[in-house]
Every structure is written in structure tokens, then in C-alpha cells.
Write a protein that binds this ligand. Structure first.
Ligand SMILES: CC(C)(COP(=O)(O)OP(=O)(O)OC[C@H]1O[C@@H](n2cnc3c(N)ncnc32)[C@H](O)[C@@H]1OP(=O)(O)O)[C@@H](O)C(=O)NCCC(=O)NCCS
Length: 181
């Protein structure tokens, strides 16, 4: 599961807020999170956010992001969001981001992952189903102002081969710490 040339995956940090918000608004035109909501997510000690950025052609540009939330010691986690820039979709970036979230969930010892997806979003539903998620409930008119239903989807995780790691940064998290030094 590799990214196309010229892209790299890394842990998100709060300085990514503006780039992430730009993608958030273009990806979710009617129900984007506010900057303060997103900022809270990027700073949350329970969150694990990753981005894919360009590595060629001048200043890096974020072309995708995704986030997981799980409380320490809780065997349940939630996928909070995922988005890829429209012109970069269909190249495997979403799969790489989503794989990293599930890998982090395994590192945290999570056994069950939940997410919500719009009923009118077959592309995301197809991706989640391919990763083993199943629809377990529908929340009527959950997404406002559009009045679109939410599907609640769930997957069981198989443990990481070496067993759950203590909570803390995984390989991507370590890279971010290195970036900050
Ligand atoms: C959902 C999203 C993140 C997928 O990102 P992506 O980089 O285009 O996805 P990938 O190219 O990695 O494809 C991953 C899987 O998604 C599914 N998929 C991707 N494009 C698809 C399409 N046009 N039709 C159906 N399924 C599609 C497939 O299952 C694919 O796996 P495969 O290549 O093995 O068949 C992207 O479409 C997006 O940002 N959409 C707008 C924001 C959004 O809806 N986010 C989800 C909120 S719940």
C-alpha cells in the first residue's frame, strides 16, 4: 500500500489547520467543520490525525487528511474524518490514509472501530466496505442542513501481530516528533 511518487504521509500538527480547513470546505461544502472544531481535533490528546502532502514542486501542499479518536485504554475508536483533494482522488491516497488510521487503532489495542458516512456517499461507503466495515444503523436526517441520513458503520479489528502496543506515537507519530525538532 504505497503512495504515488511525490507524496508522503506524516502525522498532522496544529500548523496544518489552514491547509486542512481549505480541503475540509472543498470536500464537505454544506457540512464542513468549523476551524475551531478542527483545531480542537488536531490538538486533542485522544486524536490521531495524519496528512498526505506533496514533496515536489516547491512548498508542500496537503492533499489529504484523516483522523481517528480513541480514549486511552478504550477498546473502541471512531474514525472522525477523511478527505482527499478532488484532483487527487482515485490514486490510492484515501486507502493509505485509512490504512494508517486502522493501524494506529491496532497499535492502541482497539478492537472495534465505528464511523458515520452520508447515505448519499457511495464512494466512501465502498471504501469502508472494502476494509471490512458493515452498516449497523441509520441515523435519519443526521446531516444538516441537507437532511441526509447517516449510516453508522462498524468493523472488528484483528490485533496487531505483536499485540497491542502501549499508547503513544507509532512510526508516523515519531516522524512528526522528528519534524518538530
Ligand atoms: C472517500 C475518499 C476519501 C476516497 O479517497 P481516494 O483517494 O479517492 O480513494 P482511493 O483512490 O484510495 O480508493 C480507495 C477505495 O475507495 C473506493 N473508491 C474510490 N473511488 C471510487 C469510485 N469513484 N467509485 C467507487 N468506489 C471508489 C474503492 O473501494 C477504492 O478501493 P480500490 O481502489 O481498491 O477499488 C475521497 O473520495 C474523498 O475525499 N471524498 C470526499 C470527502 C468524503 O466523502 N469523505 C468521507 C466522509 S465519511
Amino acid at each position: 500500500m504505497t503512495l504515488p511518487d511525490g507524496l508522503r504521509l506524516r502525522r498532522a500538527h496544529p500548523q496544518d489547520l489552514d491547509d486542512v480547513m481549505w480541503l475540509e470546505h472543498t470536500s464537505f461544502p454544506t457540512d464542513a467543520w468549523s476551524a475551531s472544531q478542527m483545531s480542537g481535533e488536531l490538538y486533542s490528546p485522544h486524536g490521531y490525525y495524519v496528512v498526505v502532502e506533496t514533496t515536489e514542486g516547491g512548498a508542500p501542499t496537503i492533499v489529504g487528511y484523516a483522523g481517528l479518536s480513541s480514549l486511552a485504554g478504550n477498546p473502541v475508536a471512531d474514525v472522525q474524518t477523511i478527505a482527499v483533494a478532488a484532483e487527487q482522488r482515485g490514486k490510492g491516497i484515501g486507502r493509505v490514509l485509512f490504512t494508517e488510521l486502522l493501524d494506529e487503532a491496532r497499535r492502541r489495542g482497539v478492537q472495534e472501530v465505528f464511523l458515520e458516512v452520508r447515505a448519499d456517499n457511495p464512494v466512501a461507503q465502498t471504501m469502508y466496505t472494502a476494509f471490512g466495515f458493515e452498516r449497523i444503523a441509520v441515523r435519519p436526517r443526521y446531516y444538516q442542513p441537507d437532511g441526509v441520513d447517516a449510516w453508522v458503520m462498524r468493523a472488528s479489528l484483528t490485533p496487531a501481530p505483536s499485540g497491542p502496543a502501549p499508547s503513544g506515537p507509532g512510526p508516523i507519530g515519531q516522524e512528526t516528533l522528528d519534524d518538530r525538532s
